[in-house]
Design a protein around this ligand. Structure first.
Ligand code: CMC
Length: 427
């Protein structure tokens, strides 16, 4: 028997089938079942793709058992604490960290591409003030396909690279506009003298004319520590292999649809509270719990099989250990506690939940640990960011991951239209 194959026996017919085992450079090997239907006349059944690898990828690796995450082979802890988000973007898009000159050019290019067409302002302006920023953002990114349709030759590598940089550069502006629209206040144009992350905070906070609101340190300008914290948050969200929104982006792109609408579909997929929308729900839940004395009651609700209540910010499909991104954020929370007026009441409730859950049989048995969303909200609140903007901030970080995965999909000769089958149980 060839050791690099998996043999399967159909116990109904005694027929035997063999499938190739493909080795990963890290992580579990995979069984190539692309000939499964041809060989067996049957489909495989895997709801939620819990055991299915949908593509080959060399971008991001997660070791869910150990709680480790790497972008292009570099541990997330090193990227979030020693490198900027722009360096991380460059790394994801190009496969290596930038040299000094490369970073300067990349930074300059993104600054210049951060503006959006005036007609797009008008489109955003047409939304009701009550619109959720995620709805405006998904629509705005989808609309980019109209503004840049003429400019995109999907067969051209350079055009694709331009598309990628355009997405990363314009999404913060669209997100900031969406925020200001939801508050009914005038839009603030990007300031190209400010760095990527500082500029985003500026577009959220500035008064018309560019004057800044007073900050915690009383200077009236954006504090470097705020920029560092948000920059680390962007880096921690930058990519996460084949999650629901990335898979959506790849699936939409697989039909040959325009890249901007594929990214817009990813934004919509991210919005759900089981995915990126959890960060907004965590703070809502902490506020609902209201007091450390109520934590036990809510833990009991989360454990009750007849209650749909779940602890938001807990659990993950892949991590069966502490989410490494959550570890970095927890440290960041502690560092920022005194300098940024972190909400001590919410932190107290969060710590109590964490302490109980990490020692509770229900959570231990199911490997339920805090995830990235459990810690991001408290920091974002301290940065003066409103709750509906939490998921758009996830989008800003993840946009580079989506475009990188999109380009990998496009360059993979084995890519096909995504078209799963079903187990038909109807008439
Ligand atoms: N609170 C209470 N019980 C939970 C939770 C939770 N947060 N998460 C999972 N469980 C239980 C679930 O009830 C089930 O129990 P049982 O085996 O008795 O039926 C078991 O754990 C397995 O859960 P599952 O839903 O089958 O697991 P999944 O891998 O399909 O779902 C998840 C993963 C993230 C959707 C889920 O853990 C969840 O809903 N968490 C809360 C939402 C959240 O924080 N999402 C953010 C994820 S991290 C950001 C991102 O990358 O998107």
């Amino acid at each position: 028997m060839n050791k690099d194959t998996l043999t399967m026996i159909n116990n109904r017919t005694n027929e035997q089938y063999e499938f190739d085992i493909l080795d990963a450079t890290r992580g579990p090997s995979v069984v190539d079942i692309s000939s499964f239907y041809k060989q067996t006349g049957m489909f495989t059944y895997d709801v939620g793709y819990t055991s299915t690898a949908s593509c080959r990828s060399d971008i991001t690796f997660i070791d869910g058992e150990k709680g480790e995450l790497f972008y292009r082979g570099i541990p997330i802890e090193a990227l979030a604490t020693k490198h900027s988000f722009l360096e991380t973007c460059y790394l994801l898009l190009n496969g290596h960290l930038p040299k000094r000159a490369e970073l300067i050019n990349f930074d300059l290019e993104l600054r210049h591409r951060s503006f959006i067409d005036e007609n797009l302002h008008r489109l955003i302006d047409a939304f009701p003030d009550s619109a959720h920023p995620m709805s405006i953002l998904a629509s705005g990114v989808s609309a980019l396909s109209s503004f840049y349709y003429e400019h995109l030759n999907v067969a051209d590598e350079q055009e694709y690279q331009d598309m990628a940089r355009r997405i990363v550069a314009k999404i913060p502006t669209l997100a900031a506009f969406a925020h200001r629209k939801s508050l009914g206040i005038p839009f603030i144009y990007p300031d190209i003298d400010r760095s990527f992350t500082e500029n985003f905070l500026y577009m959220l906070r500035a008064y018309p004319g560019g004057k800044m609101r007073r900050t915690v340190d009383g200077t009236g300008d954006i504090m470097p520590i705020e920029v560092e914290a948000l920059d680390a948050i962007f880096t921690l969200h930058a990519d996460h292999e084949q999650n629901a929104s990335t898979t959506t982006v790849r699936n939409v792109a697989s039909t040959g649809a325009h890249p901007y609408v594929a990214i817009s579909a990813g934004i919509s997929a991210l919005w759900g509270r089981a995915h990126g929308g959890a960060n907004e729900s965590v703070i809502a839940q902490l506020e609902m719990i209201g007091d450390v004395n109520n934590v036990d009651k809510f833990i009991a609700k989360a454990k009750d099989p007849n209650d749909e209540f779940r602890l938001m910010g807990f659990g993950h499909r892949v991590y069966k250990n502490f989410d490494p991104r959550a570890k970095v954020l927890k440290q960041l929370q502690d560092q920022l506690k005194d300098e940024l007026n972190l909400d001590s009441k919410l932190m107290e409730i969060a710590h109590k939940i964490e302490e109980i859950a990490l020692n509770d049989e229900y959570f231990i048995k199911r490997n339920l640990y805090p995830n990235i969303d459990f810690y991001s909200g408290v920091i974002l609140t301290a940065l003066g960011i409103k709750r509906p903007m939490f998921t758009p901030i996830f989008v800003i970080g993840r946009s580079v991951g989506w475009v990188t995965q999109l380009m990998e999909f496009r360059n993979d000769k084995k890519s096909k239209i995504a078209r799963p089958r079903q187990l038909y149980i109807g008439e």
